[in-house]
Design a protein around this ligand. Structure first.
Ligand SMILES: [Zn+2]
Length: 278
């Protein structure tokens, strides 16, 4: 079911009706456990949960329901039936639109607590009244939430796709190639550089596929497809354990989670490679 979210900064003057409360404790979010799935707690006022609030940000409206991000202290215990869990732990157990908002809440809280002082002059910053920004009252410098753009690319060679098993993966999973965009680089240049660095091959026909916020801790994944242009596979073993070509008939035993853009790229490839036109 498609939900409409409207991002806002200025909170409503009065609290009317239950709001969604994305409560953050360090890098965890408060969830309400419901048998096999989970949801985000709702209340008119966060005070109903009896947890002290360190900082609060209004996020906006989800289908007319107010959404807030709040930070609570490290030592507080969650109310009955609720628990603090990492984003990765709730991934797949919570509705996709709530997961996206939990990621947004976590990033805004983390940005607020790590930008309490101006990076230019060292004065204490304050929240901007109408924008998602922290301003320095002394020098006027504005600090916006951090976002690190990263490209992710599925490279195709006929009925084969290039997948990689990264050193940072803790399982047998293979995924598409990905990496952060460098300052001064276009997205297309980042795609070419990353593929070359990680696999030794060159690519052409770079096409935009889609994007996905990736709050670990503050990335934005920008997805592309590309075709093989030339070169031989050479493993970059500081980053990866294996890199290779795979087909629909010889897939690795483990693929990325279904909500991830990496999986959407792979599924889209498999769909097209199974069609009679491929
Ligand atoms: Zn300053």
């Amino acid at each position: 079911m498609e939900k409409e979210f409207v991002s806002l900064v200025v909170p409503p003057k009065e609290k009317t009706g239950p709001a969604l409360w994305f409560a953050i404790q360090e890098d965890k979010v408060l969830i309400q456990q419901e048998s096999s799935s989970a949801t985000i707690p709702r209340a008119v006022d966060f005070a109903e949960f009896g947890l002290e609030v360190l900082r609060q940000h209004y996020l906006g409206l989800l289908d007319g329901c107010h959404c807030y991000a709040v930070e609570v202290a490290e030592e507080v215990t969650p109310p009955d039936g609720m628990m603090f869990e990492g984003l990765r732990q709730i991934y797949g157990r919570i509705d996709e639109y709530l997961f996206a908002l939990a990621g947004r809440a976590l990033q805004i809280i983390d940005w607020d607590r790590t930008h309490q002082f101006c990076g230019r002059c060292g004065s204490k910053t304050r929240l901007h009244a109408t924008e998602r920004a922290k301003e320095c009252p002394k020098c006027g410098f504005l600090h916006f939430p951090r976002l690190a753009p990263a490209i992710i690319v599925l490279v195709r060679r006929g009925r084969e796709m290039l997948l990689v098993k990264g050193r940072r993966f803790t399982t047998a999973m293979y995924s598409t190639l990905a990496g952060f965009v460098e300052p001064g680089e276009t997205l297309e240049e980042a795609v070419k550089r990353e593929v070359k660095e990680e696999s030794g091959i060159t690519v052409k026909d770079i096409r935009y596929f889609g994007s996905q916020p990736w709050p670990f801790p503050h990335s934005l994944m920008i997805g592309f497809t590309a075709n093989y242009a030339g070169g031989q596979i050479t493993l970059n073993d500081s980053e990866n354990i294996d890199v290779g070509w795979f087909t629909a008939e010889n897939l690795p035993s483990q693929l990325p989670g279904e909500m991830s853009i990496a999986r959407k790229l792979i599924d889209s490839f498999l769909e097209s490679s199974n069609s009679p036109m491929a």
